[in-house]
Design a protein around this ligand. Structure first.
Ligand SMILES: Cc1cc2nc3c(=O)[nH]c(=O)nc-3n(C[C@H](O)[C@H](O)[C@H](O)COP(=O)(O)OP(=O)(O)OC[C@H]3O[C@@H](n4cnc5c(N)ncnc54)[C@H](O)[C@@H]3O)c2cc1C
Length: 389
């Protein structure tokens, strides 16, 4: 039997595409996942941040659509608009925040504001503000539960006919005369008309079986979980020092229903020395590297105890311009939704909407996402975003 649309990868992106396709009445949708359950890839490692404070129009627009979706969804994905607070420690960074904030407001994110040092000090107890010259705060940014988002998409997709096959590794994509004809899995050959590659950091090898060079590289991201000596500021937002990418947020364990502990905090920074690779081992020497940045910016963490069993590492899936790859390619019936760097959860609603429209209508109509087509790399039309962490 032939399947109409096979989705490879059961993370939040594959689930969103299945949800949006089935919402449009497409019933013959099959998700193939190599693990025994869904969400064990990067989705299960994400910190759950959502924001529309980006630099490029496309990232701002993908986020604004997705923030509205999270807010209005009848499924509770635990959207908490506590805000993202970006800190500038020199005037060039503050100018950057003013310029990007202006563009964000022009595109409809009216709640972004420039804040001064006094305001920042009142928002985050125990922050070192001595060298801060200002910042920006976007109050619709905040947090969601990535596993709840995945569950919400899957429950509704399954009710509308989508099927899931776990424990199924997709080895290759079969192509004849420039068109997808099927997939070869660990068990058998599966005939299908369309394939959507949503296999996150592992997508490059699979794309190569169809003759496509997908420029997506895995890179380990490590997160430190600590317990501060004092309770954190109430309603602590995500706080990001743009001089080095050091950031922290109140900790939340998405794998349990336990209430958050008001002293627990997650912190990290994008380590420029981390090479590409598939390792997801947490390396304890990272704690020392990031602790130095924490000691400067967040002295309230001095004396915090590390919760070793909750420190973790997962994979970012990076593209050369740190923007996603969305849409089809030169092989008919083959589509990609990959390369989200640290933004795949927050952009999952817009991605699902875009891919469903591209597959069913030929192009995305709710938003022009053509600048994210894979062709941009061959054409040398890379995008430029510095607000990635
Ligand atoms: C530490 C960390 C923090 C992050 N924080 C945030 C955040 O705050 N906000 C945010 O928006 N994003 C964040 N991200 C990024 C986000 O997690 C990813 O962009 C997102 O989860 C990507 O979803 P996905 O469904 O594409 O990939 P994944 O969740 O990785 O799913 C891909 C799936 O494909 C399966 N698969 C792979 N190859 C095959 C194959 N050949 N056959 C069958 N199955 C296959 C895998 O097993 C996996 O389940 C973070 C990531 C990390 C690592």
């Amino acid at each position: 039997m032939k399947t109409e649309i096979a989705i490879v990868g059961g993370g939040v992106v594959g689930a969103s595409i299945a949800y949006h396709l089935t919402q449009r009445g497409c019933r013959d949708v099959l998700i193939l996942e190599r693990e025994d359950s869904l969400g064990l890839g990067s989705t299960g490692k994400a910190t759950g941040g959502v924001r529309a404070q980006f630099e490029t129009d496309i990232n701002i627009n993908l986020s604004l659509y997705s923030l509205d979706f999270f807010r209005d969804w009848d499924f509770d994905c635990e959207y908490e608009p506590r805000g993202y607070l970006f800190l500038a420690a020199d005037s060039s960074h503050l100018e950057y925040l003013k310029r990007t904030g202006k563009r964000q407001r022009e595109l409809g994110y009216r709640e972004v504001e420039i804040v001064d040092r006094e305001m920042i000090a009142s928002m985050v107890r125990g922050l070192n503000c001595d060298d801060i010259v200002g910042g920006s705060f976007g109050r619709r940014d905040g947090f969601i539960n990535p596993l709840a988002v995945l569950e919400g998409f899957m429950v509704e997709a399954a009710m509308n006919g989508a099927r899931v096959k776990t424990g199924t590794f997709v080895r290759s994509i079969e192509v004849q005369n420039g068109r997808v004809t099927g997939l070869r899995t660990s068990e058998r050959k599966l005939e299908c008309d369309n394939v959507v590659v949503c296999s996150g950091a592992w997508a490059k090898t699979l794309a190569a079986t169809a003759g496509i060079d997908l420029p997506v590289e895995p890179q380990r991201r490590q997160i430190v979980w600590a317990r501060a000596a004092e309770p954190l500021s109430p309603d602590l937002p995500m706080v990001i020092d743009i001089s080095n990418g050091f950031h922290f947020r109140p900790a939340r364990d998405f794998h349990t229903a336990a209430a958050a502990d008001d002293r627990e905090v997650l912190f990290a920074f994008p380590d420029p020395d981390e090479p590409p690779g598939f390792s997801t081992d947490f390396d304890e020497s990272f704690i020392e590297i990031v602790a130095e940045k924490a000691a400067h910016r967040a002295p309230f963490l001095n004396g915090a105890s590390i919760v070793y069993e909750k420190c973790r590492a997962g994979l970012y899936e990076n593209t050369p311009d740190h923007h996603a790859i969305l849409g089809g390619c030169e092989v008919d019936g083959l589509y990609f939704a990959n390369g989200f760097s640290g933004h795949g959860v927050m952009h999952s609603p817009a991605t699902g909407q875009a891919l469903s429209e591209i597959i069913l209508d030929g192009s995305a109509n709710f938003l022009d996402v053509s600048c994210l087509h894979i062709d941009r790399f061959a054409r040398g039309e890379l995008l430029h975003e510095t607000a990635f962490i």
